[in-house]
Design a protein around this ligand. Structure first.
Ligand SMILES: Nc1ncnc2c1ncn2[C@@H]1O[C@H](COP(=O)(O)OP(=O)(O)OP(=O)(O)O)[C@@H](O)[C@H]1O
Ligand SMILES: [Mg+2]
Length: 238
């Protein structure tokens, strides 16, 4: 579904991503691991067109997205739940959701029903200002907003960061439901246990390059897994 070949991207003269190769098959859940500053969010930005300074190939369902603008990428069926949620605090829950539907071709009410069915807490709070929601509810809203465009590939940048275990479990259950509908997920996650328990394959990004790609089942069986991960992270910080 998604094939990234030799992707180089960044903000200024020196690129952050340096020749990244990665693929995601339809229906898969893939985790993107790596230490702070490795370029995980930069990869999300390059995939969704918020960084225009990029080269290489990003083929999504056989369309090269590298030269496309953000709105066109959303129209193609790719949506991002950004790092830090980025909801609009003064807007109501429902208005935040509607912002995610700007490129929607189908019926708006169907999307609201879908999101509210997935997160009943958002339905109860549909008129409430997003800024007054709890952190977990804001994360649900950020996921809901991305779902409003009816994507086939959902990118999630650290969706569990800073949330209590109970809320993590709730959001995880919602993501499980989503993938049962056939949605494909590419998720940035720093915690090994969550990534291994949730995804079928994982990539480790170090200094803007893919340092490791492996199925999570075989990764989890590696006796040296934690040492391996920490040695990669240490190499990153050196
Ligand atoms: N808007 C920007 N302008 C310039 N440099 C940036 C910008 N955003 C990120 N960078 C730099 O790009 C590099 C990669 O950052 P990025 O946010 O992609 O890392 P990350 O892997 O998502 O880290 P984290 O785990 O902390 O979220 C860092 O060196 C960072 O300082
Ligand atoms: Mg990041």
């Amino acid at each position: 579904m998604l094939h990234i070949r030799d992707l180089t991207a960044g903000y200024g003269a020196a690129p952050v991503l340096q020749g990244v190769n990665l693929h995601v098959d339809r229906g898969e859940t893939v985790a993107l691991l790596g230490p702070n500053g490795a370029g995980k969010s930069t990869l999300m930005a390059a995939l969704t067109g918020t960084i225009r300074n990029r080269s290489g190939e990003v083929s999504f369902e056989n369309h090269n997205l590298v030269f496309e603008a953000s709105h066109a990428i959303v129209s193609r069926g790719v949506a991002l739940v950004p790092e830090g949620r980025l909801v609009f605090p003064p807007f109501s829950v429902e208005d935040n959701l509607r912002l995610g539907a700007v490129r929607l071709k189908g019926r708006l009410q169907e999307r609201y029903d879908f999101v509210y069915g997935l997160f009943p807490r958002l339905a109860e709070r549909r008129r409430q200002a997003a800024g007054t929601l709890s952190g977990g509810e804001q994360q649900m809203l950020a996921i809901g907003r991305a779902l409003m465009s009816n994507p086939r590939l959902l990118l999630l940048d650290e969706p569990f960061l800073g949330l209590a275990p109970k809320v993590v479990a709730e959001i995880r259950a919602a993501l499980e439901k989503l993938r049962q509908t056939g949605l494909t997920l590419l998720m940035v996650e720093q915690k090994l246990d969550i990534a291994l328990g949730f995804a079928s394959r994982a990539y480790v990004l170090i200094k803007g390059r893919v340092a490791l790609e492996e199925g999570t089942a075989s990764l989890a069986r590696r006796p040296d897994l934690r040492d391996l991960y920490f040695s990669l992270a240490t190499a990153h910080n050196a």
